[in-house]
Design a protein around this ligand. Structure first.
Ligand code: FES
Ligand code: FE
Length: 445
């Protein structure tokens, strides 16, 4: 039976079963195995949302570019000689060949290798071999340039594009996710963050939405990553080992959501643990004092003490934990996704803190690190379980009738509510369960 034959999928309760009254929330497993669903996701989710393209710091100099694959399209993300950031479909206006054939670099121009049409970094067509052969003596400058993406906007250095020209402004789309992005960016005294060199590229044999869930899943940490936590404790990475994890979850509007949680391991900004070494202590204390001065005690405490895992709908994860990670991923099949991840740091950060951050990015979050292989195995395993038949629904009800906790599943329900609304062509204005989220500062046990 194909998806379209299954008349129950697009009726209320077909894709998700959202029962706030009884505190039950279920997701149909076929949403993660069906080719038809994937096809519709491209039309109704990826082609109608703001999608993360890259960070301003990746294009530090005029002519710097990155080639990115966004929702099946090859895109050139480039800072022109005039200093402006632009994004173009990576396709020659002559007969379609890819004009940018490297993932990163600095270019004076992009020359198509097929017939050598040449485009400057502002996208203008500036060279055609034998131009006089075309009508009226040849194409003029301004004709046949690279095609810009329909929409391109940034928030504090995070650039997003949309393939939908009439989408709401990015600022409105991000809703309360801006508050969390502010907490990330404000870790830098100058408000400037930079993506560190190097990209993690990997894949999983799992549906992309499983990684949305996993990236904000406070419930899986201990069982899935037990080996890592044993290692951290043995390496002196736990400052206050007797204190247990605690925190809250928050729907941020438009399908975005975050978990805030205190953890016994340190944060490069700005909680010291023995693993960082004595040398790092005075610097971290000084940073903490500066943060209090700049942001006040309560906000500084939240920024320094608490971790944040955020999903910006549909597929951007910002995890501000022992390293700050930008992660985005796209499906290539219902049961396969490709993931890219980068480490983000304050431009001022140097020395032991910078070293700790990069170490954590590799050691915990990298595809060859302690955590990601565990998560890859867990998500692969879910996909295998979906194919094993039997139960047709996933349960995502955890904590639905209580004040949202970091290890509950409100953050996933928020995503799924937006996703189901997009897939069914509905609009919604409520992403939470109807129970307010407290500040994580008030959630201490
Ligand atoms: Fe690019 Fe011909 S396809 S120059
Ligand atoms: Fe994990």
């Amino acid at each position: 039976m194909t998806f379209r034959d299954d008349a129950t999928l697009f009726v209320p309760g077909g894709l998700i079963d959202d029962n706030r009254g009884d505190g039950l929330f279920r997701v149909r497993r076929s949403t993660m195995t069906s080719e038809e669903i994937l096809k519709l996701e491209h039309e109704r989710v990826f082609d109608r949302c703001w999608l993360y393209l890259g960070h301003d710091s990746e294009l530090a100099e005029p002519g710097d570019y990155r080639r990115r694959r966004i929702a099946k399209r090859s895109i050139i993300f480039v800072r022109g000689k005039d200093g402006e950031v632009r994004a173009f479909h990576n396709a020659c206006s002559h007969r379609g060949a890819i004009v940018c054939r490297h993932d990163a670099g600095n270019a004076k121009a992009f020359q198509c290798f097929y017939h050598a049409w040449t485009f400057n970094t502002e996208g203008d067509l500036v060279g055609i071999p034998g131009n006089e052969a075309y009508k009226d003596g040849g194409f003029a400058k301004g004709d046949r340039g690279l095609t810009p993406v329909p929409r391109l906007e940034q928030y504090k250095g995070f650039w997003f594009l949309s393939f939908r020209a009439d989408i709401m402004p990015l600022d409105e789309y991000l809703a309360d996710a801006k508050d969390i992005l502010d907490m990330v960016v404000d870790q830098s005294p100058s408000g400037q963050m930079r993506v560190q060199d190097g990209t993690h590229l990997y894949s999983m044999r799992a549906n992309w939405k499983l990684l949305v869930e996993n990236s904000v899943d406070g419930y899986h940490g201990m069982p899935t990553h037990q080996t890592y936590f044993e290692y951290v404790i043995s390496a002196g990475g736990v400052g206050e080992g007797s204190k247990k994890l605690f925190g809250t979850a928050q729907a941020l509007g438009n399908g975005h959501a975050v978990i805030h949680y205190w953890s016994p391991w340190g944060r490069p900004v700005a909680r010291w643990v023995p693993q960082m070494g004595e040398d790092a202590k005075p610097e971290i204390e000084q940073i903490r004092a500066e943060m209090e001065e700049r942001h006040g005690e309560a906000k500084a405490e939240q920024m320094c003490e608490f971790n944040r895992n955020m999903i910006i709908y549909p597929n951007l994860v910002i995890n501000d934990i022992m390293a700050t990670t930008i992660r985005t991923f796209y499906p290539v099949a219902p049961d396969m996704m490709e993931i890219s991840a980068w480490s983000l740091a304050p431009v001022e950060e140097t020395g032991p803190r910078a070293k700790t951050r990069l170490h954590n990015f590799l050691e915990f979050l990298g595809p060859g690190g302690f955590a990601t292989p565990d998560d890859v195995e867990a998500l692969d395993s879910c996909q295998l379980g979906f194919n094993a038949g039997g139960e047709e629904w996933n349960d995502v009800s955890r904590g639905m009738k209580r004040e949202p906790q970091y290890d509950d599943e409100l953050q996933m329900r928020s995503f799924w509510r937006q996703w189901a609304a997009d897939m069914e062509g509905r609009t919604i204005d409520s992403w939470d369960d109807g129970i307010p989220t407290r500040s994580p500062l008030a959630a201490a046990p």
